[in-house]
Design a protein around this ligand. Structure first.
Ligand SMILES: Nc1ncnc2c1ncn2[C@@H]1O[C@H](COP(=O)(O)OP(=O)(O)OP(=O)(O)O)[C@@H](O)[C@H]1O
Length: 528
């Protein structure tokens, strides 16, 4: 729950430990296993076994890695795992490091690229139960097995004769040359489930529903009757924390603060207030800071400068407003997620404490509260999908739980160039029309993030008989699974025409609408 105890699995729950050697897809392994109802936990790949082993651990997965086993400083697992009799699954590097340590030989690849590779199963094994004989896997064309370790048996090969699945029975080990966790690997999910539920016999005991009661108990134990402050943005994470706190503690104990920076979406502040009151909020502070933010931003056009102004002012407004309402040893609640926690160093072996990014990253308040042990991070064991499930379970409306991500600096980075109230209003209106049309067409939930951007240019158009210069609005809509990469959403042209007409008819200051068709990379999702 706090950084220190976030990795405590629900007591009595079977679990799979994932040794993280730094692969970008380690989190995907964790998510896929949890989706199957089995608890998975990520620990540093090089951590000594006594740091994570106990009777709840049913199996261990060794992740992939950007390192090669031929690197001088290749990360190594605690060797004792190979004689413990506990089921092990090695993925890519996890296979190579194991084969290497157990007497096999690994060939070195000159280059490394990802791609599809056909696999053929040649020996029956539980790991491929229910999997077709031939399937396409997604492989990193990097190192591969040249000579099997003693006692190893090949289960599957690629069409190029590369070992794709191998078992080393003496070490209770199965290794995969490919990445079953990525969606491009056909039947990868089945293979992971065959390992966790089949080979490891882990019971499907994990669900957010089961976890809720334990979480509430831990929160009560940690907070006692101290006041708890939560800063809420209206985004998914802080809204779910708000709902959780209000259903765990007497509402008088919970203080919720929302700062309206004037850079919020249309009606956002009103909706947030209403949703929180409905959840039973008593101490609700809705701070109108629009004036302060807009005057600080006056004249600023450089994106970095704008971000800094917004971030710094956010901290000082927050401090002033809190100081006038709360004092002493109150607790600060944060919506830190499992991914935030691992990325801050837990998984890759560091001990850095998790710090929520954006607004709160440099916040002296967060630092102070953390040092004093007065931070509550109730979502720190959960993935985003699980946070959404928890929100639904706690009765949050779908409009909040399924909401697209929104950047910390809000419209400050979507009004390109100078940020004024008038320009924010134009953008708010255009954005609301776009989102309304998306919902009407039933497309909102199929899209990761959709929004409008106000460009810093004027473009010519015709108004009646004369030429007129108007603003240009760009529309952005992308699909993604984690925001790290994104694809452009392929709208029907008719839909885009409808949105464009609705915007130019509804907002006299806008004369042109364009659609952004750049993926990430090379573009980012936001424009600034
Ligand atoms: N306008 C705001 N008023 C009060 N607190 C805010 C505001 N914006 C952000 N915060 C706080 O800063 C945290 C981080 O903000 P950020 O915009 O990065 O959101 P996030 O990581 O997507 O989380 P969320 O889903 O809660 O928005 C929020 O969880 C919230 O505690």
């Amino acid at each position: 729950m706090t950084t220190g105890s976030a990795l405590t699995p629900p007591s009595g729950t079977d679990r799979i430990v994932i040794l993280d050697f730094g692969s970008q897809t380690t989190h995907l392994i964790g998510r896929r296993i949890r989706e199957q109802g089995i608890f998975a936990e990520i620990v540093a790949g090089t951590a000594p076994m006594e740091d994570w082993i106990d009777e709840g651990v049913r199996g261990v997965i060794l992740s992939g890695s950007p390192s090669s086993i031929h690197d001088e400083d290749a990360p190594l697992p605690d060797r004792r795992i190979y004689s413990r009799g506990i089921p092990l699954l090695g993925i890519c590097y996890g296979l190579h490091v194991t084969a290497h340590l157990l007497g096999g030989e690994i060939s070195r690849a000159e280059t490394r690229e990802y791609g599809p590779a056909p696999v053929e199963v040649v020996t029956n094994h539980e790991i491929t139960s229910g999997v077709s004989r031939r399937f396409t896997s997604w492989m990193s064309h990097g190192d591969a097995i040249r000579r099997l370790p003693p006692g190893a048996r090949e289960i599957a090969t690629t069409s190029h004769g590369v070992t794709a699945i191998v078992t080393i029975p003496e070490a209770s080990f199965v290794g995969l040359q490919f990445h079953p966790e990525v969606t491009h690997s056909e039947q990868g999910l089945q293979i992971l489930d065959n390992f966790a539920a089949g080979v490891c016999q882990a019971r499907r005991q994990w669900s957010v529903e089961n976890y809720l009661e334990q979480l509430q108990g831990e929160l009560r134990g940690q907070a006692g009757d101290k006041p708890i402050l939560l800063l809420i943005s209206g985004g998914v994470d802080s809204s779910v924390v708000a709902a959780l706190l209000l259903q765990t503690f007497p509402p008088e104990q919970i203080h919720l603060m929302y700062i309206d920076t004037g850079l919020m979406r249309k009606d956002e502040s009103v909706e947030i207030g209403a949703a929180l009151r409905k959840l039973g909020a008593r101490n609700l502070y809705l701070i109108d800071a629009e004036e302060r933010f807009l005057s600080a931003l006056a004249g600023a056009v450089d994106p970095e400068k704008k971000r800094h102004i917004i971030g710094d002012l956010f901290i000082s407004v927050q401090e002033d407003e809190i100081a006038s309402r709360l004092s002493g040893d109150y607790l600060l609640a944060q919506g830190t997620l499992y991914t935030d926690l691992i990325e801050s160093g837990h998984g890759s072996g560091g001990t850095a404490k998790s710090i929520k990014s954006h607004h709160n990253v440099a916040s002296p308040l967060v630092r102070k509260k953390r040092e004093a042990g007065l931070i509550l991070e109730p979502l720190a064991a959960l993935y985003k999908d699980e946070v959404r499930d928890l929100g639904r379970l706690l009765g949050l409306p779908e409009e909040i739980v399924g909401r697209h991500p929104f950047p910390g600096p809000g419209l400050g980075v979507r009004v390109l160039g100078e940020v004024t109230r008038e320009r924010c209003d134009i953008l708010r209106e255009a954005d609301a029309i776009f989102i309304r049309e998306l919902r009407k067409a039933g497309l909102y939930d199929a899209i990761w993030q959709a929004f409008a951007v106000l460009l810093p240019i004027q473009s010519v158009g015709v108004a009646g008989d004369s030429r007129a210069y108007g603003n240009v609005v760009a529309l952005r809509a992308v699909t993604s699974t984690d925001g790290m990469t994104a694809d452009v959403y392929g709208f029907e042209p008719a839909f885009l025409r409808t949105v464009s007409a609705a915007i130019t008819n509804g907002i006299p200051q806008v004369g042109r609408v364009v659609y952004d068709c750049s993926g990430k990379p090379p573009a980012t999702i936001e424009w600034e």
